[in-house]
Design a protein around this ligand. Structure first.
Ligand code: DX5
Ligand code: ZN
Length: 230
């Protein structure tokens, strides 16, 4: 089963001097998700967005929110982020000792459970939680900062996750890629099996393109790949 390609805009890369304008352009451009990076300064060095931003976003747009928790012991924040209207909540495999329990907590809170894997984390750690997932995020850079370079081995990892999902009858699970999802890398990422693209400074918020131009360029790339695959 081929899943449609979805585009998620990494809001942390938006220009906060005119966030409302950016959010409206993302909606008008047909972006599927707003990808919200929450960080705690421990799991990753940086601080990211704060969940307190979510009600403000909701005042401006109804684009679904894809919440990426780069946070130690994410259980502490799952219920809050779900109550603020998260569509998807993604925790890191490396951030909790009780991965399955945390995924169940997300589902119980009414959001779609997702799991993200740091670059060095092997794919087989997904094996016993596939029934508990609706999304796998392959981190194609180390988490915590925008503007990094794709780690080339992550293309094989995308293929390995896709192969596992298909082999085990979990091909309904979304496969997201996060980090340096650039115009250059999107074709290889999609051909490797990714179906949710997180666009940050490498594409949607590219310094040389407006948001509408960047979204159109991504759509054109994706349409070209899908047509070639037909
Ligand atoms: C990594 C961040 C990046 C963010 C930046 O922790 O979460 O995912 O999207 O995107 P790029 O890599 O395009 O600057
Ligand atoms: Zn992210």
């Amino acid at each position: 089963m081929k899943k449609p390609i979805r585009i998620a805009a990494s809001v942390a890369c938006a220009n906060f001097a005119h966030l409302e304008t950016d959010l409206r352009q993302l909606k008008a451009g047909g972006v599927d998700y707003l990808h919200l990076d929450f960080m705690d300064g421990r799991f990753v060095h940086n601080f990211g967005l704060d969940p307190g931003l979510m009600p403000t976003i909701r005042q401006i747009t109804d684009t679904p929110m894809d919440c990426h928790l780069m946070i130690e012991d994410p259980e502490r924040y799952i219920d809050r982020v779900a109550a603020l209207g998260a569509d998807t909540i993604t925790i890191h495999y490396e951030a909790t000792h009780q991965v399955q329990k945390a995924l169940q907590q997300i589902r119980d809170a009414g959001a779609r459970p997702g799991i993200a894997l740091n670059p060095a984390t092997p794919v087989h750690c997904l094996e016993y939680v596939l029934d508990d997932l609706e999304l796998v995020t392959v981190m194609t850079v180390n988490p915590g900062a925008a503007g990094q370079r794709l780690i080339p081995a992550m293309l094989k990892k995308i293929r390995d996750v896709r192969e596992m999902l298909e082999r085990t009858g979990h091909d309904g699970v979304d496969l997201e890629v996060d980090g340096n999802v650039s115009f250059t890398h999107i074709p290889a990422m999609v051909q490797s099996g990714a179906n949710v693209l997180v666009g940050g400074s490498s594409s949607i918020f590219h310094k040389d393109y407006s948001i509408p131009e960047a979204i159109k360029a991504i759509r054109d790339l994706v349409n070209g790949i899908e047509q070639a695959q037909c």
